[in-house]
Every structure is written in C-alpha cells, then in structure tokens.
Design a protein around this ligand. Sequence first.
Ligand SMILES: [Fe+2]
Length: 227
Amino acid sequence: MKRSRINDILREGNDFIVSFGYVMPPFAYWSPEELRARNPKGIIEARLGWDITDYGQERFDELGLFLFTARNGRAADLARGKGMLYAEKIMITRKNQLSPMHRHVVKAEDIINRGGGTLVLELFMPDAEGNIDTQASVEVPSDGVVRELPPGGILKLEPGESITLLPGVWHGFWAEKADVLVGEVSTVNDDLTDNIFRDKIGRFSDIEEDEPPLHLLVSDYEKWLSS
Ligand SMILES: [Fe+2]
C-alpha cells in the first residue's frame, strides 16, 4: 500500500472512531518526530498505536482491518499469572471487508460491536492439532450466554453485542449494512507471533513511501525508530 493511502485511511478511521464519542489517547496524535524524540519504551515495546493492514495482499477494501492498540500487558506477567495480563484495541471493520480466518495460540479476546452496522463472524472449533475442525459444532460465550452453532456457523453481532473467543477458536469476520466500530478486550497481545491464519497471508502491510507518514504504524517502529 502507498503511504498516502495509509494516511488517508488513518484520517478517515480517526474521524469514524471519534464520531462515536471514543476519545483516543494523546500519543495517538504524536508525529513521527515527536515519537522518536520521546522514545517511550512503554509504547514502542508494547506495540501500542496505529495498525492498518491489508495482510500484504493489496486489496484493503476487500481484505483488511484498521486497528489501534490502546494498551497491552506483558508476556512475562501472563506467564507468572499476575500483573498486566490484558490489552485493549479499538478497530474498524468496513462493510464487506474481510478479516481472514485465523486463531490465536495464547490470546483470549472479546470482540465487541461498539456501533455502526452488523458484525458477522464465521466460526470453527480447532481439532486436536489446532486445525479447523469441519465436523465439530461451535460453542461460544456471547454476553454471558453460550451460543451453539454448526461448524462454520455464522454469528451476527448487533451494536452493543459481543463474543468471547478463547484460544484456538477459528474466526473470520466482516461488516454488513455499514462499517462497524469494533472493540477488543483481550489477554496480552503479540501480533508478531500469535496469529495463525488459515491461508498463506501476512499480518502487516507492505508500504511504498510516496509521502511522509502522518503517524507511524506499529509495524513502522522497528524501521523508523531504530537509530
Ligand atoms: Fe482474532
């Protein structure tokens, strides 16, 4: 993706998020220069910030996701069972834009429709090896009530509704009727290692620099902030 397109998506996404009354933390709006000058380990090492991905496939409108990681705990805390074990993201799934089928090894996540259209999820249970089980019926908690679905079943979340996806549960999702503001409350998040995709795709965008970045993406930190 061109950087100019990333910048446009970032402006549009920010406008969409704030239109629901969600207020972004101040560091969201730091320039690349300010981020470099401040060099906050708590942001850079936890990989907080903007994340706009087309999964490396250059078809963002059909296959992509807009994310902002607002907080993220520590893997070491998770391993010892106390401390900062949690993370929070705010995301946008556009109408008919797919987040492709994947599972997590470590992370449990609640996916929340925080407003807009209908969020649609396709769900499978894992088999003994962790692969998609095409035979097993799916049981998932949704706002305190267990929902039962056939394998590959479709679950629709209207604004205000949420689902709990435990590690291993396969999920892909998209929006119907209108773009959706999506919340994620989860255990510690590691997007470098904890996303297993069904299909051979990447996790981040490949960026062609045609103008300066408005704000750095999390996936820019290593290249832009190392000196
Ligand atoms: Fe996920």
